[in-house]
Design a protein around this ligand. Structure first.
Ligand code: GTP
Length: 351
C-alpha cells in the first residue's frame, strides 16, 4: 500500500525552532518525528512512501537516506508551496489507484487497516480518520450520518457552535479518481476546497472515528511538549531511546549524574548528558545528547535539544530549547515558549 506524506509546510507555529529544522525533523523523546512516523507507516503495512516536500527538504531526505528502511521512498520538492491539495495533485504521476495521505505532523497509533476496512465496505471515494479533542475550534470538525457518511466539514468553528468534538485527524484514504477534483499547478487546500466540493457533488465521502488510539498534532509548542511527555509517560505507546535505569528514568550512553543531583521521573537523558551537583531534572524533562545541567540548576517540564548548557542556579520550566542554546547562570527562563537553536539566554523573568 502506498502513502503520500505532506511535509512541505513552514511550521510557523513552531518558530523559532523551525527556522533551521523542518517540523518533520523535530525530535520527539530524542527520535526525529519523521523516523517515528515512517516506523508507524511500515508497521501498518505501507510499502511505498512519497514525501511531498517544500520548505527545508534536505534534512528530511538526508536523514531518511541513512535509514535502513523496508519501504520504498520517493521525494517530490515543490517549487512553490502548493498547500495540501496542490501537493497531492503534484504527486499524481507517482500515485497508484488507492493511496493514503497524511499530514506529516501527527503523532498517532491510529490503525490504518480499520480505515481501509470501512473504505472498502462503503465503496468510498475518500475516507477520513477522525479523532476526539476537547477544543475543536482550531481544527476541521466533521459531522457524519449514522452510516459514517460525511455530512459537513467545518473548518475551525467557534467552540460553542461546534456540532461535534470529532475532528479531521489528517489521515485520508483516497481512490485515485478523486484527483480529478483537484486543480493542477496551483495552491489548493483539501480542507477548504476538496472536502466541501465532495459534499457538493454528493461523492461517497466517509469517516471513521478512533476514540481509543493516541493522536496529537505536534504543530504548536504546547503540543510539541505534550507529545514528548506523552511518550515519556507511556500515554503514547512508542519507543524511548535509552536504557531505563530506574522506573521512568531513561538514559543514553556515557551519562554522568552527580550523587547530589535529583532526577525525578519521567525523564530522558541523551548520550553524554552531565547533571551536576545539586541540580534537579524532571519530572517531565527530555534532554538531547550532550546537554549539561550545571550546579543547582533546575529543568522541569521541558525539552532541551542536543548540546544545550543550563548555567548554575538557572531555572527552565515548560520550555523548548533548540540545539546548543546556552542559559547563563541564575537566569529564570521565561516559560511556555520555544527558543531557537544556538540562542544565548542572558535574561529571564523573576523567579
Ligand atoms: P504552520 O505554519 O504552523 O501552520 O504549520 P504548517 O506549515 O505545517 O501547516 P499545517 O500544520 O496546516 O500543515 C499540515 C500538514 O501539511 C503539515 O504536515 C505540513 O508540512 C503540510 N503542508 C502544509 N502546506 C504544505 C504545502 O504547501 N506543501 C506540502 N507538500 N505540504 C504542506
Amino acid at each position: 500500500m502506498q502513502a503520500l506524506v505532506l511535509v512541505g509546510g513552514f511550521g510557523t507555529r513552531l518558530r523559532p525552532l523551525t527556522y533551521h529544522v523542518p517540523k518533520a525533523m523535530v525530535p520527539i523523546a530524542n527520535i526525529p518525528f519523521i523516523e517515528r512516523f515512517v516506523d508507524y507507516l511500515e508497521a501498518n503495512g505501507i510499502t511505498h512512501i512519497i514525501f511531498a516536500m517544500g520548505y527545508l527538504p534536505d534534512p528530511i531526505a538526508n536523514h531518511l537516506a541513512k535509514r535502513n528502511s523496508k519501504a520504498k521512498y520517493d521525494f517530490i520538492v515543490e517549487e512553490q508551496p502548493l498547500d495540501t491539495g496542490g501537493a497531492i495533485k503534484n504527486a499524481e504521476a507517482l500515485l497508484s489507484d488507492r493511496f493514503f495521505v497524511f499530514n506529516g505532523d501527527v503523532l498517532t497509533t491510529i490503525p490504518l487497516r480499520e480505515i481501509l476496512k470501512v473504505h472498502e465496505q462503503k465503496g468510498a471515494l475518500v475516507t477520513i480518520a477522525l479523532t476526539p479533542v476537547d477544543d475543536p475550534s482550531r481544527y476541521g470538525v466533521v459531522v457524519t450520518d449514522e452510516d459514517g457518511r460525511v455530512q459537513a466539514f467545518i473548518e475551525k468553528p467557534p467552540k460553542e457552535t461546534a456540532p461535534s468534538n470529532l475532528i479531521n485527524a489528517g489521515i485520508y484514504l483516497y481512490e485515485r479518481e478523486v484527483l480529478k477534483h483537484i486543480p493542477a499547478g496551483q495552491p489548493y487546500s483539501v480542507e477548504r476546497g476538496l472536502y466541501p466540493k465532495l459534499l457538493e457533488v454528493d461523492a461517497p465521502f466517509y469517516a471513521v472515528a478512533f476514540h481509543d488510539d493516541y493522536w496529537l498534532d505536534i504543530g504548536k509548542v504546547e503540543h510539541y511538549l505534550q507529545a514528548n511527555f506523552d511518550v515519556l509517560s507511556r500515554k503514547a505507546p512508542m519507543p524511548i531511546a535509552g536504557k531505563e535505569i530506574q522506573q521512568g528514568v531513561w538514559v543514553g550512553k556515557g551519562v554522568e549524574i552527580s550523587s547530589t543531583a535529583k532526577v525525578s521521573p519521567p525523564v530522558l537523558l541523551g548520550d553524554g548528558c552531565v547533571i551536576e551537583d545539586g541540580a534537579t531534572v524532571g519530572p517531565f524533562a527530555v534532554l538531547g545528547n550532550r546537554v549539561t545541567v550545571k550546579r543547582n540548576a533546575i529543568v522541569r517540564e521541558s525539552v532541551l535539544w542536543e548540546g544545550c548548557i543550563v548555567g548554575e542556579e538557572a531555572i527552565v520550566t515548560r520550555c523548548v530549547l533548540g540545539s546548543h542554546c546556552e542559559i547563563e547562570a541564575n537566569v529564570n527562563v521565561e516559560p511556555d515558549r520555544a527558543y531557537g537553536c544556538g540562542e544565548r539566554i542572558t535574561a529571564g523573568v523573576p523567579a
